[in-house]
Ligand binder design. Structure first.
Ligand code: ADP
Length: 452
């Protein structure tokens, strides 16, 4: 008999003859059902048990079989079946004839209990099974003890029933699996199709983007070429125009000269008209040439340490004449004596341009040039008391050929400010405007002390 020292077994029985195998199987299923194993598990335990019983009967002539319900401290329960062989096992070990038997239960093997070697199998009872109180266990023991085992034929019938049920279940599972497989294949096909479609779309988009970039590159190149040819055209045309226009001015001067044949009053007036028109044309040509040069980057900046005082002095001297005879004062303030790293010719042109505009557009009041240092920058301002410029035109007057409508008294080309801004940029600075109609204008040139 088993010497396992624990609660009394749920049931014990002897395995001695062939018929006992059926009984062991039958009782095994009954006990499994009684402790709460599910139907499938009951069949598994019963099948494993009958296989082991058959082996042991053949090997050693039988065993004493005991059924136990173990409970671990954390509340998990196991159905345990111990089979104590009536004679020692030949090798001291037991291996089931069919390897599949071990898979029917959670564990199957031999263990030493005292001096005996016991074949032990166990199967976990689901937590959902009804709790087994000591009273219920005692009841179970009595019930199991009283039930009489059926005949081999009964057991065969029961086994058949189980087999049929199991087969049904297997078939059902196979059908379900087939359906699932079909669905999976369907999904796979869908995923593949989607993937194909997405890759195609992606490729399409990619091709579009590449084409777009190519077009963009092409357009940029065209734009660059157009801008270059515009500058080249302006430069060439201006250059070609300069000689004949200068000749016209010279000839006009000759015709008007007192040493030449005298002209009638009418003729003298017309010659003067030709001369002044030609002089305007020459200014335009020269300015166009300058701007084209600045735009094509052909102006070289001659950097040096520059003292502003002589530049201011020269501007004062040359531009004063423009205010003569008008109620306008040109005020060129004495600049600080510090130097500035820049190109004095280009800076002179910028300031002359701004002062010239101021004097041109200011009817009365003053035009003032002032310079001061702010942090590491020079700030040069040209302020006038002229008509002022509406804020919405502040950008436009820096565009080529733009002139504020209605302020045409003084003539001009509309090229002075864009040129001045270009030069200031070349010098590493900025040219900004603050102005309001009726309040005069201030053009501010800001330059870094150390040059660009
Ligand atoms: P231009 O003086 O030859 O017309 P600019 O490019 O120098 O060309 O100036 C563009 C326009 O900006 C001028 O025609 C004028 O309408 C306006 N403008 C420039 N300077 C002043 C100023 N100091 N006061 C008022 N308007 C100005």
């Amino acid at each position: 008999m088993s010497t396992v020292p624990d609660r009394p077994p749920l049931l014990q029985m002897a395995l001695r003859v062939e018929h006992d195998i059926f009984v062991v199987r039958q009782r095994g299923r009954e006990v499994a059902a009684a402790v709460g194993l599910e139907h499938q598990d009951q069949v598994r335990v019963a099948t494993a048990l009958s296989e082991v019983a058959r082996d042991l009967l053949g090997m050693v002539g039988g065993a004493d079989v005991t059924f136990h319900l173990d409970e671990t401290p954390d509340g998990r329960r196991h159905l345990r079946v111990d089979l104590l062989p009536v004679r020692p096992l030949p090798s001291g070990r037991y291996e089931p004839q069919s390897g599949a038997v071990a898979r029917l239960v959670d564990s199957l093997g031999t263990i030493g209990v005292g001096r005996d070697t016991v074949v032990r199998m166990s199967r976990r009872v689901p937590v959902t099974a009804q709790a087994l109180t000591p009273e219920r266990l005692a009841e179970l023991r009595t019930e199991l003890g009283q039930s009489t085992p059926g005949s081999a034929l009964d057991e065969l019938a029961a086994q058949n029933q189980q087999l049929i049920a199991t087969l049904d279940e297997v078939r059902e599972q196979r059908d379900e699996l087939a359906v699932l497989n079909e669905e999976l294949q369907e999904t796979n096909r869908g995923v593949l199709a989607l993937y194909g479609q997405l890759s195609e779309e992606l490729e399409e988009t990619n091709r579009g983007v590449v084409a777009l970039y190519a077009e963009l590159d092409e357009k940029s190149a065209q734009l660059r070429a157009a801008s270059e040819s515009k500058s080249r055209f302006l430069a060439n045309v201006s250059h070609e125009l300069r000689a004949p226009v200068t000749a016209i001015i010279g000839l006009g001067r000759l015709l008007a000269d007192s040493a030449s044949d005298p002209l009638t009053r009418e003729q003298a007036q017309q010659v003067e008209l030709i001369r002044s028109s030609a002089a305007d044309l020459l200014t335009l040509v020269n300015e166009l040439l300058d701007l084209a040069k600045a735009e094509s980057g052909r102006i070289e900046v001659n950097w040096s340490e520059v003292d502003l005082r002589p530049i201011f002095g020269q501007l004062r001297g040359t531009l004063r004449a423009l205010a003569a005879g008008r109620p306008v004062e040109l005020e060129v303030e004495e600049p600080p004596s510090a130097t500035l790293r820049t190109d004095e010719v280009l800076l002179g042109q910028v300031l002359r341009n701004l002062l010239h505009n101021g004097l041109k557009f200011t009817e009365r009041g003053e035009v003032r040039l002032r310079a001061h240092l702010r942090d590491d920058r020079w700030v040069l301002t040209v302020t006038d008391t002229g008509p002022g410029i509406a804020p919405e035109l502040h950008d436009r007057i820096f565009e080529e050929f733009y002139q504020v409508p209605g302020v045409t008294r003084a003539g001009g080309t509309g090229l002075g400010l864009p040129y001045a801004r270009r030069l200031t940029t070349l010098l590493g600075g900025t040219l900004e405007l603050t102005s309001e109609p009726g309040r005069g204008s201030t053009f501010t040139v800001t330059l870094p002390v150390g040059g660009a």
